[in-house]
Ligand binder design. Structure first.
Ligand code: FRU
Length: 477
């Protein structure tokens, strides 16, 4: 709960005033985290604290545009049933008056510590940035402590999104930054007591570690150890498209490497996008009580398509992805939906299908469904799956392509990834979103789409005769 009760009252009125019309929206998502009203962007402060999962999120409750963000708050005991809590942070202090921007959470001596960026603009629209702290005993009521780390020399005020973790006796913070040459960087700060932070230096960035020109700003970093590797997730801005890569306005991806906090050094390989879809940005991770590394992403993007989304008419926009478990295999991050989602499965409808060359299999699914397709032998070409008319998945000539009807209503657009063979698909369809996990999470595509709510047909076609199992379940909360 925010300390400022009148702010919370305005939020409550805003939610109440729009509750009925939002609930009737056919595009409203059923099992994804969405804003009760207004605009949601990045997941923040993911933490498993005192037996509860906490997911905070960037939230503008009063508009469907970006603006003075607060931290919205959801909790859950099982990762699938969520309760909306009172807002956690309001942009009402001198050091965060234009937005409590993204950040992270840690537990220390039974208390929850939130680190976030205080965004401040002056009358000339010039920005200042403060890395701030708020503390809570119960994970519900947060006491702001103010700035704990100011902008170091050599950086512009595009310096934000602190992610904190413990490394031995020390606390470390990785921050997304732009240096004064306007190159994106991930920088490190250190603390022994969580309240006094010292700048340690950059650990990766554009023009560092052999990367060449790699963006003018890096947002939302996250650094963690997984399966023997150190993974740095980061969101570079300013990369140009290269073939099928980097087609979105901003990218969200990772490096695999080795991190040495003492030497302030991160040796890493090349950058890979985490998700190949149209709508995926600012992912964050946490370790849960079962020791799993769990990721949520923002199922959205700040681009010129954003304001064409039809849900704006109902006064809400965007959502988070489903939670995914991360693993590292052969220098690649593999993402699979958390197994808890299986508890949402309603009655299974399953088919063993053998299709002749060019034959089409048609099936009606529910607008919130999980669909799995497992092939008897790897497919190497000639596959097509149309979903609710507006999405088409095609595997041909070594590329897996996802095509959607564009939000503006004019034509279609594609994203694609190189793929050698197709073994399996696991697809989560919600009323206006789709998440496609290929070959057990080797590649993932996350997209929003806004189909005609009456159209729930999927059509599958193979060029050469093939057998497969196709199952689907309505998802029930
Ligand atoms: C990423 C981002 C962050 C920032 C937040 C503001 O989407 O721009 O860098 O903290 O959103 O809402």
């Amino acid at each position: 709960m925010v300390q400022n009760m009148s702010y919370q009252k305005q939020i409550d009125e805003q939610i109440e005033g729009n509750r009925t019309s939002i609930a009737k929206d056919p595009h409203r998502l059923q099992y994804h985290l969405t804003p009760p009203v207004g605009l949601l962007n990045d997941p923040n402060g993911l933490i498993h604290f005192k037996d509860k999962y906490h997911v905070f999120f960037q939230w503008n409750p009063f508009e469907t545009k970006h603006g003075k963000k607060s931290w919205g708050h959801y909790t859950s005991t099982d990762l699938i049933h969520w309760t909306l809590e009172k807002a956690a942070l309001a942009p009402d202090s001198w050091y965060d008056k234009d937005g409590c921007y993204s950040g992270s959470a840690i537990e220390h001596e039974g208390r929850m510590y939130l680190f976030y960026t205080g965004n401040v603009k002056n009358e000339f629209d010039e920005r200042s940035t403060y890395q701030c702290l708020a503390v809570s005993d119960d994970g519900m009521t947060f006491e702001k402590k103010g700035p704990v780390f100011n902008l170091p020399d050599g950086y512009t005020p595009h310096f934000r999104d602190p992610k904190v973790w413990k490394d031995g006796q020390e606390w470390l913070m990785v921050i997304g930054a732009q240096n004064s040459k306007e190159q994106g960087e991930a920088v490190l700060a250190k603390s022994s007591n969580l309240e006094d932070w010292k700048f340690a230096g950059p650990i990766a960035g554009s023009h560092m570690n052999g990367l060449g020109d790699f963006g003018y700003m890096w947002e939302c970093p996250d650094l963690f150890h997984l399966d023997g590797k150190d993974i740095l997730i980061v969101c570079p801005q300013g990369l140009g498209a290269e073939g099928d890569r980097y087609k979105n306005l901003y990218q969200a991806g990772y490096f695999v490497g080795t991190f040495d906090g003492e030497a302030i050094r991160y040796d890493h390989g090349s950058f890979s996008e985490l998700d190949r879809g149209f709508d995926f940005y600012a992912p964050q991770t946490m370790v849960d009580g079962k020791g799993r590394r769990i990721l949520f992403g923002w199922m959205g993007m700040t681009d010129d398509q954003e304001q064409n989304q039809p849900t704006i008419k109902q006064k809400w926009i965007h959502a988070l992805t489903i939670p995914r478990v991360l693993k590292v295999k052969d220098e690649k991050v593999i993402q699979t939906p958390v197994p808890e989602l299986e508890e949402l499965r309603g009655t299974k409808i399953g088919h063993e299908v053998t299709l002749k060359d060019g034959e089409v299999f048609t099936e009606t699914v529910f607008p919130s469904s999980e669909v799995t397709v497992n092939f008897d032998a790897p497919l190497i070409d000639g596959f097509e799956l149309e979903i609710r008319k507006d999405i088409r998945l095609v595997f041909e000539k070594g590329r897996f392509i996802v095509e959607r009807k564009s939000f503006s209503g004019n034509g279609s657009e594609q994203r694609a990834v190189a793929l050698k063979y197709l073994n399996s698909l696991q697809i989560y369809i919600d009323h206006s979103s789709i998440e496609i996990f290929i070959n057990g999470g080797e590649e993932v595509f996350t997209c929003r789409y806004f189909p005609d709510s009456e159209n729930n047909i999927i059509r599958l076609k193979v060029e050469e005769a093939h057998s497969f199992d196709l199952c689907h379940w309505p998802l029930e909360k």
